[in-house]
Ligand binder design. Structure first.
Ligand code: ZN
Length: 284
């Protein structure tokens, strides 16, 4: 099954967002007061060519974010993120360049509703959009705006399907939802970065392609169990990172966070999380 990495521009964040010096509810305060910045990080969207129809996971950045950030009064948007995106790098034009039209996209799954993941929604007027119900609730209305969401920028037709994880456990993950007729694409609960964050696993032969959203900002941070500066509950995030490590130690997993500078290369080379191969060598 072909999975495409589509880089929709880049983002810069504070170093305390990548790895919180004081994880937990005060992590976000640490981000606000941090004066050190990351380099430019990619913002990926993903497209899975499945025989049921293309599934897009996250929609990436859109060029309107540039002006939104400039005029925003929200302290986080104003001072904690910088975006780089050209209109032709948005997910729609890049999919068309791959020969995938808007009507070919059957489903769009959002790992969570942060604006660098939902800004490209307008490219998918013909698709079923699936979002975890708690994510939608948190992003809507005045509270959503206070949390830094931009509900006013959602397309007028936006009426997401509630992505209820009703299909039970999946490996170490507590809840899941099968997304295809053959069970090869599955959304799993990965709470932490947000309370209702999901990841999408593509079972491709003996390898699992793990579209991780913002469970961590890189594979190294996941392996080290580092908590990001946004996660409101450090224990929940630590539990999810431990489950991902367990999953990746039991089978070959290509782990692909949205902002990992190495994610595109790892997908192209089908490079799995190294803890699995070490275990294999150990067993032989
Ligand atoms: Zn996020």
């Amino acid at each position: 099954m072909k999975v495409h990495a589509i880089q929709t521009g880049s983002v810069k964040v504070k170093l305390a967002q990548l790895e919180a010096p004081r994880p937990g509810p005060l992590g976000v305060v640490g981000v606000l007061f941090d004066s050190s910045w990351s380099g430019w990080l990619p913002t990926y969207a993903w497209a899975i060519e499945h025989r049921d129809g293309v599934i897009v996971v996250d929609t990436g950045q859109a060029s309107y974010l540039l002006e939104e950030v400039q005029k925003s009064l929200h302290p986080f948007l104003r001072s904690c993120a910088a975006f780089e995106i050209e209109p032709e790098l948005e997910v729609g034009p890049q999919l068309r360049a791959l020969g995938i039209g808007a009507r070919d996209v059957r489903q769009v799954v959002l790992t969570h509703m942060h604006l660098d993941h939902d800004a490209g929604l307008s490219h998918f007027p013909h698709s079923t959009i699936r979002v975890a119900p708690g994510e939608i609730a948190n992003a809507r209305g005045v509270m959503g705006v206070l949390r830094g969401h931009l509900p006013g920028r959602w397309p007028g037709w936006f009426d997401p399907q509630s992505l209820d994880l009703v299909d039970g456990t999946y490996g170490p993950f507590a809840a899941s939802r099968n997304l295809t007729s053959d069970g090869s694409v599955v959304a799993v609960a990965t709470p932490g970065h947000t309370a209702n964050h999901v990841s999408v696993i593509v079972e491709d032969g003996d390898t699992s392609v793990f579209l991780a959203g913002d469970t961590s900002y890189s594979e190294d941070l996941m392996l080290a169990g580092k908590i990001d500066g946004i996660s409101p509950n450090a224990a929940v995030t630590a539990g999810t990172l431990a489950r991902i490590r367990q999953f990746a130690s039991e089978r070959p997993v290509i782990y692909l966070p949205t902002h990992d500078p190495d994610a595109g290369r790892r997908l192209a080379l089908r490079q799995i999380v190294p803890t699995y191969s070490r275990k294999e060598h150990h067993a032989s």
